[in-house]
Design a binder for this molecule. Structure first.
Ligand SMILES: [Zn+2]
Length: 213
């Protein structure tokens, strides 16, 4: 699968060509709007060419730019887990289903991340806005995924499927393409290993479910 990676300040999102349009997977932090536009221009992709946005889950670093993108192209259909609808409406990272940051070292590093954003990237991230995003109310046209779903069954001419991969959040979904490529959001990670996060993401609602996924 030809996947275009859009690299933002600390996150990535992805574009997949689907006939004349693109399917985008995840967005990014809201403060990355200008960078996002720049990266799209570099990739020679217009916002009007995006037909769908698949959200791997509701977190602020994955859906923060959603409202900005939809302001420009309101015809985009948002694809999400059926579990995501109520979480997107709340406008903050879900903490009502248990779990938390993996350990104390990760908590410390998250503190450093705020420092990095403010000093190195000159992003003013208000602490009170942290882990929040503009609430999104799903529209009639949006697509809610329940169980394993082939991409062709939601109108995408792509060989692959969406599966539910909970554990990081209750609404985590992943895209598995037939050629073996996968886009999994935060359902798999292997960074910050020195902080004890080997083969695990830094935040989990349910660690057993995470590894099962
Ligand atoms: Zn996440």
């Amino acid at each position: 699968m030809e996947i275009i990676e859009i690299k933002l300040s600390v996150t990535n999102c992805f574009l997949i060509k689907n006939q004349r349009n693109y399917v985008m997977v995840d967005t990014g932090y809201e403060y990355d709007w200008d960078l996002f536009r720049k990266r799209l221009t570099e990739a020679a992709v217009g916002l009007q060419e995006i037909s769908h946005i698949i959200l791997t889950h509701h977190h602020d670093d994955h859906c923060g730019l959603l409202h900005k993108i939809l302001e420009v192209n309101g015809s985009i259909r948002v694809v999400m887990s059926h579990q995501a609808e109520s979480l997107l409406l709340k406008g903050e990272n879900d903490r009502t289903h248990g779990g938390g940051l993996l350990n104390k070292r990760v908590e410390f590093l998250i503190g450093l991340k705020q420092l990095y954003l403010s000093l190195v990237l000159k992003k003013s991230v208000n602490k009170k806005d942290n882990l929040k995003f503009k609430p999104y109310e799903a529209r009639d046209n949006d697509i809610k995924i329940m169980g394993e779903t082939r991409l062709v069954d939601i109108g995408l001419n792509l060989a692959g499927k969406i599966i539910e991969t909970p554990g990081h959040t209750i609404d985590s979904i992943s895209i598995v393409f037939e050629d073996g490529d996968c886009i999994v959001g935060d359902a798999a990670a292997n960074f910050l290993r020195f902080a004890g996060t080997k083969y695990c993401v830094i935040f989990v609602t349910d660690i057993r479910e995470y590894y099962r996924s």
